[in-house]
Design a protein around this ligand. Structure first.
Ligand SMILES: *Cc1c(COP(=O)(O)O)cnc(C)c1O
Length: 428
């Protein structure tokens, strides 16, 4: 299978697509055709485990680029935690994607990408650069921790991440190095971009964990099949509500759909950063500066994966509308939903899941006979202050999060000075 860039349609193989991340023309990589899964696979899907489903789907994307047994090991290793489908009420379910090491769904993509990079780089050393404003950095760190041949450099803005987030970035040791930059997130991102574009750095095989790597999307399609497998015997139409920011998660769902998964519809649920719901309504896409909200992992004003969605639908608005509906909600609606679901159904959502719940509930009003699945993308304790404030109760910090607090921070404190940052990365 070949992969092409969404811009100039240059073709590469999967190895190049994964190691490069972003294409030279600035586009994102897409599979040259969406692979189809066999009728047999769908007939038997309810008898398969999550890793078994993951293997079949991964194999369809990767072909023979990785030997079967090795790919099996990778998928087993990535999915060594549960992804339970929890009924909330009636025909509405929550697919809990947050049982990985950093308690957010980004673990799934980061872990798979790390293992693919390690395999494709053939254990030559690589330096992975990640600028972070908080949560992506910890998923990347956890994903790459102890992966042979890969050194990870996380650039984060001093004093601008929460104390717990900082612990999740700075306490790994081993192949994970934290650079505490005396500047803003934008400074960190600018430094990372400069490093990636620097000729001299190419001999160190620098690559980005921020760019929208196709290896992050492939494993995110696994769990759509997994949820469907568990609902299949109900014989109802299935709709997924995806709390969206950069639209990677929703794009992965669209891959699953195009691979033959019988999904009836998708809901793009957003906060006030609503460029995609606006596009679905008006047919016009207008990037906007991002607006801060309590579901801050979705504060994206120009979602990078929109480029992939356009490619999938040949930029045809009718094709978009046939399969996706968009809804957006403000912070007050988000808080109310979180509170109401907790009080009525004793189920605690995080702010991102609450937005997915709102979108799904709205859609199910007009489709009461459908089965609805919301993607719950983070553990509520990751947004402790907001959640506790909504339900007026304390929320216990899961052990995995609390454990970070006990560990010692190690970070290299550096000014916004390109040469010093580069020097550190070259020599450590
Ligand atoms: C990143 C993130 C999202 C948004 O996912 P996209 O794939 O960028 O649309 C939603 N919820 C949480 C908790 C996230 O971390």
């Amino acid at each position: 299978m070949k992969y092409y860039s969404t811009r100039e349609k240059q073709y590469v193989n999967i190895q190049q697509a994964v190691l490069k991340g972003l294409a030279e023309d600035g586009g994102l990589y897409m599979p040259s055709e969406i692979p189809q899964l066999s009728q047999d696979f769908f007939e038997n899907i309810e008898n398969l485990s999550l890793p078994e489903i993951g293997f079949e789907v991964a194999k369809a994307f990767l072909g023979n680029a990785i030997p079967d047994q090795h790919l099996k090991n990778i998928v087993d290793d990535v999915l060594n935690f549960e992804i339970p489908l929890i009924p909330i009420h009636d025909n509405l379910y929550s697919l809990e994607l947050f049982h990985g090491p950093t308690l957010a769904f980004k673990d799934v993509g980061a872990r798979f990408m790390a293992r693919l990079m390690s395999y494709f780089s053939q254990r030559k050393t690589m330096k992975v650069i990640a600028a972070t404003s908080g949560d992506t950095g910890s998923a990347v760190a956890a994903g790459f921790y102890n992966v042979p041949g890969i050194e990870v450099y996380i650039l984060y803005p001093k004093g601008k991440v929460s104390p717990l987030q900082e612990k999740q970035l700075t306490t790994w040791g081993g192949n994970i190095k934290a650079l505490e930059i005396e500047g803003s997130f934008d400074d960190c991102q600018a430094l990372a971009k400069q490093l990636l574009a620097d000729e001299e750095m190419q001999k160190y095989q620098v690559t980005s964990a921020n760019s929208i790597n196709i290896a992050r999307l492939i494993p995110q399609s696994f769990y759509y099949f997994w949820a469907y497998a568990q609902l299949k015997k109900q014989n109802k139409k299935v709709v997924f509500s995806v709390p969206s920011g950069n639209f990677g998660n929703l794009t992965a769902g669209l891959f699953a759909y195009k691979m033959g998964l019988p999904v009836e519809h998708f809901i793009a649920s957003t906060n006030l950063n609503k460029v995609v719901p606006d596009f679905l309504e008006t047919g016009i896409y207008t990037a906007k500066p991002s607006i801060p909200t309590i579901s801050n992992a979705m504060d994206v004003g120009n979602p990078s994966n929109f480029e992939r969605m356009k490619d999938l639908f040949q930029n045809n608005i009718d094709q978009f509308r046939a399969i996706i509906s968009g809804y957006y909600f403000n912070d007050e609606e988000t808080r109310n939903a979180l509170q109401e679901v907790y009080q009525k159904y004793n189920y605690l959502l995080d702010p991102h899941g609450a937005i997915a719940y709102l979108g799904l509930s709205k859609y199910l009003e007009n489709h009461p006979d459908y089965c609805g699945v919301l993607l719950e993308t983070a553990h509520p304790a990751k947004f402790l202050e907001v959640v506790e404030d909504c339900i007026s109760e304390l929320v216990a910090l899961p052990e995995r999060l609390a454990a970070f607090n006990q560990k010692e921070k190690t970070a290299e404190l550096l000014p916004v000075d390109y040469d010093r940052v580069k020097d550190f990365i070259k020599t450590s």
